[in-house]
Design a binder for this molecule. Structure first.
Ligand SMILES: Nc1ncnc2c1ncn2[C@@H]1O[C@H](COP(=O)(O)OP(=O)(O)OP(=O)(O)O)[C@@H](O)[C@H]1O
Ligand SMILES: [Mg+2]
Length: 351
């Protein structure tokens, strides 16, 4: 068994060590052009983007827009054709790929389990590489199988071919987080899961990454999932990043028609069900008295829920509380303001 500091390839004394904590990932004018013949568009086209340590960033966009390619540029499964990817300030090209990948959990789009390894052995790959004690690894495997809803007694010794697609995906997630890497790259990890398992794992993942302060780059097609999980969302189109912003900004102020359509910003109920009450409320003045029988809600709560309360109760407004303190209110005019799409960009003609 290897120990944490040994490495299969001898390290040159000047080779920088890949970071093991939450990393900053910075794209500087990165282009990735595959050899797809004359006139083919780059898969990633002049992207500049900074992901801060501990940030949860979601990549979203149509099929083929370059999401998977962008992820693989982070852990050096691909290198840029031009531009540079900086990992905590070090150009990725100066970091040995295998080392980098050992410090970044990666859930690939289609399963990607080792077919000749049992579930247990698949999850234990990185802990074994890092030289963990057997007992520690085994405890970790059991803990993670429980976490992803696969009872260890039943699943530990199975092979990937004996699992459903969704179960394989869950093992893939367990494997990626096994050694609590500082950085997680997740390519549509919940794609094959039913709604209930999906929503449970979304909550678990967010709690886990918050607790560990991990940097996460997460790909999805599902805007609801993006809004739920992300600190910031990067909307991609044809290899470029169209908008990189908080979920609320993206929903409230899509920069152009494309982003508005992608996030369903024109669908009133959808906007209301994505925007949080804090983003839409009218702040309370200090001298604004609150009646004893006024309806009160606590954040986080979505505007759509507040609208239902308003309509059911017939009350003129609902008071919004944060940490038990009234901070604002929502009434129909405030909710109407949310429902008017607002573009800063000028390419509305595209729609
Ligand atoms: N290894 C490769 N060789 C050649 N072209 C590739 C390769 N990988 C991706 N591409 C092309 O690069 C573009 C971006 O692909 P990518 O896989 O990054 O898209 P994506 O946004 O992840 O799509 P999806 O949502 O379908 O997974 C596509 O046009 C694709 O055909
Ligand atoms: Mg992809």
């Amino acid at each position: 068994m290897t120990n944490a500091r040994s490495s299969p390839t001898p390290r040159h004394p000047d080779t920088p060590t890949p970071p093991s904590g939450a990393t900053q990932i910075r794209f500087e004018r990165v282009t990735k052009q595959f050899d797809n013949g004359e006139g083919a568009r780059p898969a990633v086209d002049d992207v500049s983007l900074t992901i801060e340590p501990g940030e949860f960033v979601v990549l979203i966009g149509p099929s083929g827009c370059g999401k998977t390619t962008l992820l693989k540029l982070i852990n050096r499964l691909y290198d840029p054709t031009s531009g540079v990817v900086l990992v905590d300030g070090t150009p990725s090209q100066d970091l040995p790929g295998p080392d980098l990948r050992r410090h970044m959990g990666y859930v690939i789009q289609q399963g990607g389990l080792f077919p000749h390894y049992t579930v247990e052995k698949n999850i234990a790959v990185v802990p074994n590489l890092l030289g963990w004690e057997k007992a520690r690894t085994r405890a970790r495997v059991d803990e993670l199988l429980e976490l992803v809803g696969l009872p260890p007694g039943e699943y530990r010794h199975r092979y990937p071919s004996q699992l459903s697609g969704g179960q394989q995906q869950r093992v893939g997630i367990a494997r990626a987080v096994a050694a609590s890497p500082g950085t997680l790259l997740m390519d549509e990890p919940f794609g094959a899961l039913d709604a209930i398992t999906r929503s449970r794992l979304q909550e678990e993942l967010r709690a886990l990454t918050n607790r560990l302060g991990q940097t996460v780059v997460f790909v999805t097609h599902d805007i609801d999932e993006a809004v739920l999980l992300a600190d910031r969302i990067a909307v991609m189109r044809e290899g470029r990043v169209e908008q990189y912003d908080t979920p609320t900004e993206i929903i409230m102020r899509p920069c152009n028609r494309f982003v508005a359509d992608l996030v369903g910003a024109d669908d009133l109920l959808r906007r209301l069900s994505l925007v949080g009450a804090l983003a839409a409320m009218v702040p309370l003045d200090s001298d604004d008295g609150i009646g004893e029988d006024e309806i009160t809600v606590d954040v986080p709560i979505r505007v759509r829920h507040v609208l239902s309360l308003l309509l059911e109760s017939g009350a003129p407004r609902v008071i919004v509380r944060q940490d038990g303190v009234p901070v604002g209110y929502l009434d129909l005019p405030a909710i109407q303001a949310v429902s008017i799409p607002h573009y800063d960009g000028a390419d509305d003609a595209l729609g």
